[in-house]
Design a protein around this ligand. Structure first.
Ligand SMILES: [Zn+2]
Length: 284
């Protein structure tokens, strides 16, 4: 009896090896900026524009808890990157994130775009945010996500010398990789614009981007996930509570997870656990 033709087909080569024979990894991450980015970029306007402040306060006031309820319902752990300013000014929400068992990573102090800082200023900002996360939350973060994904050539070494295991701000691959620094290798858990809620949903006057239909975004993110799953990729979604905490977008996140759970062999995890897995592989 002839063998079915599919039996001759070789399985695709494994591009990246995940634990327990999983085919890909998926991380939901949330950058809990609150008002911080606005305060850094437009300090004068921030003194008078209640409208801009309130748009961002939707995150701590409503969005974060809506997202925490979703994650609880889905039984998922996520990674939250929190600026020092947010930890000081929205401490109860940050404690709820921590106490629900989610990962907390560093995300600047007042959401400083580090491209505007020299190395000495960036070091001071890094040390201040670490001190705040420790003092307010008792957290020593394994990971760092640069505000606005802005990274200087010296940033990885700075992170390494301050005890970080990984960064999650660069786009040089879609599986974890190493960034070489004079202080040793830093793990990178890469991001990408396609998987960021801000360019799709954030209304900016004068910009060409419109507010996207959640159905279209679900389709786009689902397609990216399915393709990355076939490539043994690391799907890292980046959302902001003041943007994705809106009602229909929380529903979208639930629908996306339901879609991803229909695929076999997905490792739902955190950036930290991805980085730990990658570091363990590198050690052999
Ligand atoms: Zn941010």
């Amino acid at each position: 009896m002839p063998r079915p033709r599919t039996a001759n087909r070789k399985p695709p080569p494994v591009r990246y090896r995940w634990p327990d024979g999983k085919r890909s990894a998926a991380v939901l991450s949330f950058d809990f900026d609150a008002e911080s980015g606005f305060l850094f970029r437009e300090p004068e306007k921030a003194k008078r524009s209640l409208a801009d402040l309130e748009e961002r306060r939707f995150g701590p006031r409503v969005g974060v808890d809506r997202i925490l309820r979703l994650l609880d319902r889905l039984r998922l752990r996520a990674s939250f990157f929190i600026p020092g300013w947010t930890a000081v000014n929205h401490l109860p929400q940050c404690k709820r994130i921590r106490d629900a068992g989610h990962e907390i990573g560093a995300h600047g102090n007042v959401h400083e775009a580090v491209g505007m800082l020299d190395a000495a200023q960036e070091k001071a900002v890094l040390e201040e945010q670490l001190a705040i996360l420790r003092a307010e939350l008792g957290v020593k973060p394994a990971g760092y996500r640069s505000p606005s994904w802005d990274v200087n050539v010296w940033t990885p070494a700075l992170l390494k010398t301050h005890g970080f295991l990984y960064d999650s701000s660069l786009m040089g691959n879609d599986v974890p990789y190493d960034v070489q620094t004079p202080a040793g290798r830093l793990v990178e858990v890469p991001v990408q614009w396609l998987l960021d809620d801000a360019p799709l949903f954030r209304h900016v006057y004068g910009a060409t981007n419109a507010i996207a239909d959640p159905g279209r975004v679900l389709q786009m993110w689902s397609k990216e996930f399915a393709a990355m799953h076939g490539e043994n990729g690391c799907f890292v979604l980046t959302c902001h509570p003041f943007i994705s905490g809106r009602a229909s977008r929380v529903v979208l996140l639930g629908d996306l997870v339901a879609f991803m759970r229909r695929a076999r062999g997905v490792w739902f995890t955190t950036c930290e656990d991805v980085a730990r897995w990658h570091a363990k592989q590198a050690r052999g």
